[in-house]
Unconditional design. Structure first.
Length: 311
């Protein structure tokens, strides 16, 4: 990836009425970088992404996207941005090729037929080009939506929870495609709730209630929280989870299938509490690396809602 900044924004703020939904967000995204946005529903992720790319005007703050000022030159930015919304919005009774051709015609694209065929090839859709869209699986509909975003050869992609409701195999294929686009120098801003997807991003931002709580690589975000984590194996883990809450060293307890993750910032106190709580039981303790999901649950639990409104 190039070190060139594709996006550089500072102190972005946005209100909807009297609700302050994005607060003083500053971020940089490099050319060819996949930048993931995580946070609870209504946290301001989509609002932030749209402001970063000139699709929504901030109340205050400044910045550039692709060298253009996000306040004064948003029209130039929009021509170079592809936006894939969470909801599939193409026509079921048209084929893949017809859908793409319709989109190209709506935008008055020059040499549209040539561009449609090239996009079909680039996104691996050529063999299905004459298939009715309504007969496609969720994964293929998702690929069509991405193809429509790529018709005008954007330099930045905005993807709003693009894999929601898509099976794991299709999600993996989609992310392979995103990394191919990244290798071509396209910057990708993507919101997701899936931790395995977050780990595939080059950089992450965690936003809760409009505030940027963490940013960096997955490793940097995890390390910055300073959490120690243990896995507990055994029976009656739900009851143990309840019993541990509020005890010395225990900041959070989270059930993961047949194991209980217990995390805290005071590693020594956490270990003492765990050993006392499990003494004489069949529970087995195992120290483990703190994962992204542990970190984001921790961040969410400690975030303060000062907006009074979610967007």
């Amino acid at each position: 990836m190039s070190g060139e900044q594709a996006i550089d924004v500072r102190d972005l703020n946005k209100h909807f009425g009297d609700k302050h939904v994005v607060r003083n967000v500053s971020l940089q995204v490099r050319r060819g970088e996949i930048f993931g946005f995580l946070g609870p529903n209504g946290s301001g992720k989509t609002t932030t992404i749209r402001m970063m790319c000139g699709l929504l005007t901030p109340d205050s703050g400044s910045g550039t996207c692709l060298g253009f000022d996000i306040l004064r030159e948003s029209s130039q930015i929009k021509r170079q941005v592809g936006y894939m919304t969470q909801r599939f919005s193409y026509w079921d009774d048209l084929t893949i090729r017809e859908n793409l051709d319709f989109v190209a015609r709506m935008y008055g694209m020059k040499h549209r037929r040539k561009r449609v065929e090239a996009t079909l090839e680039e996104l691996g859709l050529t063999e299905r080009a004459n298939q009715l869209t309504g007969a496609l699986s969720g994964g293929w509909k998702q690929r069509l939506a991405l193809a429509a975003c790529m018709l005008h050869q954007p330099k930045v992609l905005l993807l709003d929870e693009p894999t929601a409701g898509v099976d794991p195999s299709a999600r993996r294929d989609f992310w392979e495609e995103l990394h191919r686009l990244s290798a071509r120098g396209i910057s990708v801003l993507v919101s997701t709730h899936y931790m395995d997807e977050a780990e595939r991003c080059h950089k992450l931002a965690y936003i809760a209630y409009g505030e940027l709580l963490a940013r960096g690589t997955a490793q940097e975000v995890t390390a910055a929280q300073g959490l120690s984590t243990w896995m507990v194996h055994g029976e009656a883990l739900g009851a143990l989870s309840e019993a541990l809450r509020g005890r010395s060293g225990v900041d959070q307890t989270v059930l993961f299938g047949a194991t209980l993750h217990v995390s805290g910032k005071d590693g020594a106190a956490l270990e003492r509490t765990l050993r006392e709580a499990t003494a004489g039981t069949d529970c087995r303790l195992e120290r483990t690396d703190t994962g992204l999901e542990d970190v984001f649950i921790h961040l969410m639990n400690h975030a303060v809602d000062r907006t009074g409104f979610r967007k």
